[in-house]
Design a binder for this molecule. Structure first.
Ligand code: C5P
Length: 232
């Protein structure tokens, strides 16, 4: 898969998600289904999106004991999504078990990427709440490297970290980056943001945008501008 723009379908219901996708006519953008929509509508919606022809990043961020994650990944794999994810904090044993669960009998599987430290976690909260005292940049790179060594395909990271992740883990290790905003956009709760063009320069493989597209006056125009700036 090459570079692409992924739209976060952060909606509370199928109706709202489908109304939004109607604005795209025959176009079938790569979409991200996260916890909100998945817990509201379940796997059937994922099947319907797949039948409509969308590529899907199923962003459920699994984090549990290896056996549970393995069997859950086996169930998710049958949905034929394109990308799944988990928390690298579940440790290498969990990541390896996840890969085993995700791999179908014919050897194929969706891509599997890891969340390192959430972008909402800062140095202070990591030290105070998690008792991790190393610099957060070092922690993120360590988690990325453990994900790579466990056989995963990439990480979710800030576009500001994409270049360094590629240096540490190799250029083929995927960087999927939220925290993207157009020049002049309200940054909302995202703290460290980049434009689509800057994310491209930084070497991000996929950018994930929610509100800059879902809440745009003209979502299709915002999506096309983003594709043009990021993919060219
Ligand atoms: O609306 P916005 O563009 O901020 O949406 C970004 C999307 O990426 C949301 O679905 C959010 O949950 C997700 N995400 C994130 N930061 C992470 C991981 C996921 O913003 N570290």
């Amino acid at each position: 898969m090459g570079k692409d723009v992924i739209i976060a379908l952060d909606f509370p219901s199928k109706e709202k998600a489908m109304d939004f996708l109607e604005l795209f006519g025959e176009k079938r953008p790569f979409v991200k289904v996260g916890m909100e929509l998945f817990y509201a509508e379940g796997p059937q919606l994922v099947r319907e999106l797949k039948e409509r022809g969308h590529k899907i990043f199923l962003d459920l961020k699994l984090h549990d004991i290896p056996n549970t994650v393995k069997s859950t990944m086996a169930v998710l794999s049958r949905l034929n999504v394109d990308i799944c994810n988990l928390h690298a904090g579940g440790t290498a044993n969990m990541m390896k078990a996840a890969l085993e669960g995700l791999t179908r009998p014919d050897g194929t599987r969706p891509l599997l990427i890891a969340v390192t430290q959430l972008t909402s976690t800062d140095q202070e909260s990591m030290e105070r709440d998690l008792l991790i005292r190393e610099p957060i940049g070092k922690v993120v790179m360590h988690y990325a490297l453990r994900a790579k060594e466990s056989g995963l395909d990439g990480v979710v990271c800030s576009p500001l970290e994409a270049g360094r992740v590629h240096e540490v883990c190799g250029k083929d290790f995927l960087t999927v980056t939220p925290g993207v905003r157009f020049e002049g956009n309200d940054v909302s709760d995202q703290k460290r943001v980049m434009t689509p063009a800057a994310a491209r320069e930084a070497g991000a493989d996929y950018i994930v945008l929610g509100r800059p597209i879902t809440r745009a006056e003209d979502p299709l125009a915002a999506y096309e501008r983003c594709l043009n700036d990021f993919v060219g």
